[in-house]
Every structure is written in C-alpha cells, then in structure tokens.
Ligand binder design. Structure first.
Ligand code: SF4
Length: 151
C-alpha cells in the first residue's frame, strides 16, 4: 500500500446501530428493548419496543399509527416476508417470481427449495400461479413477468 494511501476501515454489520443494511437492527439496549424501523408505509417510523421476559411485546413507542404496533408484534413473534426470486424456465432462462402474500421468514429456505426444483413452461404469463401453497405456507408463487419477455 502506498505511504500516503488513506486507510479505510469498515465496521462489521451490527456493530454500528446506524447500519442501514438491517431494518431490524437492535440498538445498544439491554435484551428487554429493541429498535426497528416500521416498513409498513414510507414514513419509516423508528419503533422502540419493550419486551416482556417471555419476549412478547410490552409496549411500542415511536409509531405514528396503530399499524406500527401490529408490525412490531409480528416482527417479534413471527416475522413475515414476501419472497421475490427467480425460477428456471424450460428454455434455460429465468423467470422472476414472488409469493402472492408474505410468508413466515423461517419458511423462506423451504420455499426456495421448492422453487429451485420447479421448471416453468416458457409460455407462463405474469400473475400465473407457478406453485400453489408453497412450503405449506398458504401462499402461492406467482410469475412476476411473462416467460416470453425473459432474456
Ligand atoms: S407506524 Fe404507521 S406511519 Fe409509521 S411507518 Fe408504520 S405504518 Fe407508517
């Protein structure tokens, strides 16, 4: 490294509470408090959640509306995510797909296993159901594009 080169150091994700890579960053609180950004609407309220000993939600502050409380409770009990990924088309191309509703975050790997096994007809149209009830979540995997448009 040249003598006058500036040394840049990067904090590991999670060391810095302002880390933008994790919406669920936990602030430097004790185990009874959490901080997370509500992503239900673009306002992005920063929620401070106080937990009971059993990790259930005791109180939520920082929310501008009641949806923030529901979001915080879901995130603490069983976080949900809409899965977006690609599935293989029979012609070797990849089709963008997504779940038609949020699925429990702890089922994402099972969902991906099913999607990775699936070979989709290139005639698939946007919103076609590619997999019904993926990983027993109740959600369907749907095409997010027309197969004929996939490069
Ligand atoms: S708490 Fe309400 S206003 Fe704030 S980000 Fe969530 S949904 Fe939007």
């Amino acid at each position: 490294m040249p003598e006058n080169a500036k040394k840049i150091s990067f904090a590991k994700c999670g060391e810095d509470s302002t880390c933008g890579t994790s919406r669920e960053r936990e602030a430097a609180y004790s185990g009874s408090k959490k901080e997370m950004t509500c992503v239900v609407c673009p306002t992005g309220c920063v929620l401070t959640i106080t937990l009971n000993a059993d990790k259930s939600v005791k109180s939520v502050t920082g929310n501008a509306c009641g949806r923030g409380v529901i979001y915080a409770e879901n995130e603490c009990v069983r976080p949900m995510r809409t899965l977006t990924t690609t599935a293989a088309l029979a012609n070797g191309r990849m089709l963008p797909v997504r779940t038609d509703r949020a699925v429990p975050r702890d089922t994402l790997i099972d969902c991906m296993r099913e999607i990775n096994r699936k070979i989709v007809a290139p005639t698939a149209k946007i919103y076609d159901i590619i997999i019904e009830n993926v990983a027993d979540t109740g959600a369907n995997v749907v095409a997010a594009a027309n197969g004929s448009d996939c490069a």
